[in-house]
Write a protein that binds this ligand. Structure first.
Ligand code: ADP
Length: 204
């Protein structure tokens, strides 16, 4: 994805997250496959991996750190794994989880890394899969057509995305929050309460 200053966004709700988690868990179960280890890509796959571990009854949850997107909707160079897994995964069935495959590079790297750690079988899952991604996860809840691309504002990234985007649409420090709220809606399709805009604009 090219650099986008004002990406069209879509707010994702917790009920959607629940529904997508159920859907993926159902797909994994109906494939008669149960992972012994779930590896969540941080940070986006952290909550999804925990949701799936709960549904699938998987006790071994590990984190793998991948970095690509610098700030909201701005990829920084190519994806890389910046913290690798500490444990071996010899002879294990492993599910690698992220929130979304956009370019798909992070997930692809992670799956390769897990295989290199000795896993018996590696599968992958994401809530959303953008159709232009070069890597297709084994399981996903929804496919997004490339021309319907959005920056998905997940509940675990809400304040970070809001801070970034509110900062970008604010033309000057003196711009009233109400105007920033209007600009967020007009430019980024983000409809959020005024009190949230005020909080996002306040220094951390
Ligand atoms: P890559 O880093 O190779 O582009 P992904 O496309 O899977 O790999 O993106 C990495 C992470 O960036 C995702 O886990 C997600 O947190 C975030 N991300 C990427 N694209 C989007 C998007 N369209 N909406 C929201 N978050 C995104």
């Amino acid at each position: 994805m090219a650099h986008v200053d004002f990406p069209p966004c879509r707010l994702v709700s917790w009920p959607e997250i629940d529904r997508w988690s159920d859907l993926i868990a159902e797909k994994v179960r109906s494939a008669s496959w149960n992972p012994q280890v779930i590896v969540g890509l941080t940070r986006g796959g952290w909550v999804p991996s925990r949701m799936l571990a709960d549904r699938l009854g998987t006790k071994h949850l590990a984190a793998l750190r991948a970095q690509h997107w610098g700030v909201t909707a701005t990829p920084s160079g190519s994806a890389e794994l910046t913290e690798e897994l500490a444990t071996r995964l010899d002879q294990k069935r492993v599910l690698v989880v992220d929130d979304i495959t956009d370019t798909g590079q992070s997930l692809q790297l992670a799956v390769r890394h897990v295989a290199d750690r000795g896993a018996l079988e590696v599968r992958s899952a994401t809530y959303l899969h953008i159709s232009h991604s070069t890597y297709m996860p084994t399981y996903f809840a929804e496919e997004v057509a490339r021309d319907a691309w959005r920056w998905f504002v997940f509940p675990w990234n809400y304040w970070e995305d809001l801070r970034t985007l509110a900062g970008k649409v604010r033309a000057s420090d003196g711009m009233p929050a109400k105007e920033v709220q209007r600009e967020l809606k007009a430019r980024c399709l983000l409809d959020v309460p005024l009190s949230h805009v005020e909080r996002a604009l306040a220094p951390l």
